[in-house]
Every structure is written in structure tokens, then in C-alpha cells.
Design a protein around this ligand. Structure first.
Ligand SMILES: *Cc1c(COP(=O)(O)O)cnc(C)c1O
Length: 383
């Protein structure tokens, strides 16, 4: 089965990991600092904290923003459930705001309607690697003192009006799961434009421990002393994985270029195919294409999905609207509340997209899709 996404690992990556394994530091060592510094370069100079996965990055970011019981967090439903569930874990109430029709990122008009005095964070998602409209979102938040968060699990390396992802929101989160634009196996990071927010994020990631004597309540306890002022968790990313991340970041430019090339080839190959719509984009965006989400028309998404899978093409659906998950349904969230996201979901199909996808395999995907739309199932390639 051709996957919808997969990692690219080279001998350089293997050597970087082995070198970290042979070093004195398996975790809390120099590769962590190095990876964070390298990430900050991609994030327009904004400071970054490496964490153990993208869900942890969201949990850390919400904790740094002070999210707690009684607070509201505005989230688009067209995302992975973690964008919302990590805030629920802190006691927040999620307010779903619909996405816009072109890029299926958070709709500024929906944010204006959803923001109240209780809103602590507005979370945009750079769906498929296309940045949300951050300037418009900021305006839509009006005079609210809520923070703007970018879930950039799909979009590291993208730009919005020539400004890099990482600089666009108060807090930005990344994921380095194998299907994402670069990988550390499991991993993630938080970028924060305000150094005080970054410090809070680092503390939460490290159990809340305060080691700086100048900040301790009881600094004369002894040389061993460390103390907790606010509770945190252990969300550290080890040196072994940070070394992999640094090695991967050296190739991120190439990864993004190949993804963009494959997207241009899909756009062209599918332009005249009836029954399918290719993804939209805004003139101000340079996306970091993580997904290639097409829309299958005429209520045929399920059939096309099944035929593609049968043909050995690992298509995916990203995502079921978050408020449809039983956990949210049980809290009283209702279908129909975000019609744009919900009708997009009914049509969405993600075609395989990853840097090592060959031109020939991509042509197989296009042929299988054309066959499926004609009501036929392409024969799987010989194993
Ligand atoms: C992958 C992803 C996450 C979670 O990242 P993990 O590393 O898998 O925990 C969060 N949000 C979005 C939009 C994602 O795609």
C-alpha cells in the first residue's frame, strides 16, 4: 500500500542518532539546546522549546497561556482532536468556530462571533500546511486580551505575507510525527514570541521545577535544592531525538520543495478531471504542503476512498470534525454547528504526499483516482 504520508530517513540521520547514543547525554543535553536554536531559525528567530510530541506542545502552550477552568478556547473543528482535547485537559471549555470556504482554516468572522470576555486563547490551525489569515484573526479578536495560538503541526517552513510561521501568533506549536514535514519519531515544539511565555512553557515541560536560586522561595536550602511553584509534567524531548530533528531540519528546504513540486503536478493532472476539486490557496501564502486534500463531489467520497484503498493507494480523510467525536457529543456539542467544516469533511480525501513519493507512483495515484471516478477500481501494482 502506498501510504498517504511517510518519513524520509537517510544515513546522515542514522549517524546523528548513533552519535547522540554514544555521547554522555541521552537527554537534557546539548542536542536539545542545538535543536531549539535550529528550530528558532526556521521560526523567524522566535524562541522554541522542544517537547515530546505535538499534543504535548499544545498542552504546554495552553498551560503557558494560563488556560484553566472557566476559560474558553476557540478552536476550528477541521483539525486533529488534540488541538481541542489538550485544552479540555486543563479544564477549559472549547468553543468551536467554523472555517472559511477557500483554505478551510479558521474563519475570522466566526472568531469575531465566538470571542467573549472568557476567551483565553484563539487557536488557528494551518490546515494542510496553508497558513490561516493571522492579521484578520488578530483584528477579529478585537480588544480581547486572549492570546492567539497557531497549531502549525502541518506548516513549519510556511510563510504568510512573507513572515514565517512561528512569528504569526503569540504561541505556535509543531509536531514531528513521522507523517509530518520533518520527524523525530515522536516530538514537537512550542514557539513563543514573548520570552516570559517561553519560560512558562519550558517550566511546564520540566515538571514546573525552578532551579534558578534568584527565583526560588527558599534559596538557602542547599546546593541540591529545586522547587515547584506551579505544577507541570515531564514533556522533555531527549537528545537522541533532538539529534534526529537537527539532521532532518538540514533537509527541510528540500522536503518542502519536493512537496510543492508534487502539489503542482497534482494540480495540473487533476485540473480537468470531473468530480474532483483541488485545494485552494491565497495569494499571500507560501504553504508548506503537508496534505494534498481534494474534494470528491456528488456524495462519492466513501466510494472513491474504498476504490483507492482497494487499488493499493493509501488515501486518508483529514479530519472528522472535532465536535463530532463522541467525547464532545457527550458534552452536548451538536452536528450542524459548523456547516462549512462539516460539508468539507463529507468531501475530503487526502492523496499521498511525501518527499520520497516518485513521479511514477504519483501517476499511479492520479490514474487510480480517475478510474475510481469512472466507477472502476484500478489494479494494485505488483508487490
Ligand atoms: C499531528 C497533529 C497534532 C498532534 O501531534 P502529535 O505529535 O501526533 O501529538 C496536533 N494538531 C494537528 C493539526 C496535527 O496534525
Amino acid at each position: 500500500m502506498l501510504p498517504y504520508g511517510r518519513q524520509s530517513i537517510t544515513e546522515d540521520d542514522v549517524e546523528a542518532v548513533v552519535a547522540a547514543l554514544r555521547s554522555d547525554w541521552l537527554t537534557t543535553g546539548p542536542q536539545v539546546d542545538g535543536f531549539e536554536a535550529d528550530l528558532a531559525e526556521w521560526a523567524g528567530g522566535v524562541g522554541c522549546a522542544a517537547v515530546s510530541n505535538g499534543t504535548a506542545a499544545l498542552h504546554v502552550a495552553y498551560a503557558a497561556a494560563g488556560v484553566g477552568p472557566g476559560d474558553e478556547v476557540v478552536v476550528p473543528p477541521m483539525t486533529f482532536v488534540a488541538t481541542a482535547s489538550s485544552a479540555v485537559a486543563l479544564g477549559a471549555k472549547i468553543v468551536f468556530a467554523d472555517v472559511e470556504e477557500e483554505t478551510f482554516t479558521l474563519d475570522p468572522a466566526a472568531v469575531a462571533a465566538a470571542t467573549t470576555s472568557r476567551t483565553r486563547v484563539v487557536s488557528a490551525v494551518d490546515y494542510a500546511g496553508h497558513p490561516a489569515d493571522y492579521d484578520a484573526l488578530r483584528s477579529a479578536m478585537g480588544g480581547s486580551d486572549a492570546l492567539l495560538l497557531a497549531d502549525a503541526a502541518h506548516s513549519i517552513g510556511a510563510t504568510y505575507k512573507d513572515r514565517p510561521v512561528g512569528t504569526l501568533a503569540d504561541l505556535t506549536t509543531f509536531s514531528f510525527f513521522p507523517t509530518k514535514n520533518l520527524t523525530t519519531a515522536e516530538g514537537g515544539a512550542v514557539a513563543a514570541t514573548d520570552p516570559r511565555l517561553l519560560e512558562r512553557a519550558r517550566r511546564f515541560r520540566n515538571i514546573g521545577l525552578v532551579r534558578d536560586r534568584n527565583e526560588q522561595r527558599w534559596p538557602d536550602e542547599g546546593g541540591w535544592h529545586q522547587e515547584v511553584h506551579e505544577f507541570g509534567l515531564n514533556y522533555r524531548l531527549p537528545d537522541v531525538l533532538c539529534a534526529l530533528g537537527r539532521s532532518q531540519l538540514r533537509r527541510l528546504d528540500g522536503f518542502l520543495a519536493r512537496r510543492a513540486e508534487l502539489v503542482a503536478r497534482y494540480d495540473e493532472a487533476l485540473a480537468d478531471l470531473p468530480g474532483v476539486l483541488t485545494p485552494g490557496r491565497r495569494s499571500w501564502a507560501r504553504p508548506a504542503w503537508h496534505l494534498y486534500p481534494v474534494r470528491i463531489l456528488d456524495g462519492r467520497r466513501r466510494e472513491v476512498y474504498d476504490r483507492m484503498r482497494e487499488a493499493g493507494i493509501g488515501v486518508q480523510v483529514n479530519y472528522i470534525p472535532v465536535h463530532w467525536h463522541p467525547a464532545f457529543a457527550d458534552l452536548g456539542y451538536r452536528r450542524g454547528s459548523c456547516p462549512v467544516a462539516e460539508s468539507f469533511y463529507a468531501q475530503e480525501l487526502s492523496l499521498p504526499l511525501y518527499p520520497t513519493l516518485s513521479d511514477a507512483d504519483q501517476e499511479r495515484v492520479v490514474d487510480a483516482l480517475a478510474a475510481a471516478l469512472r466507477g472502476r477500481t484500478a489494479r494494485p501494482a505488483a508487490a
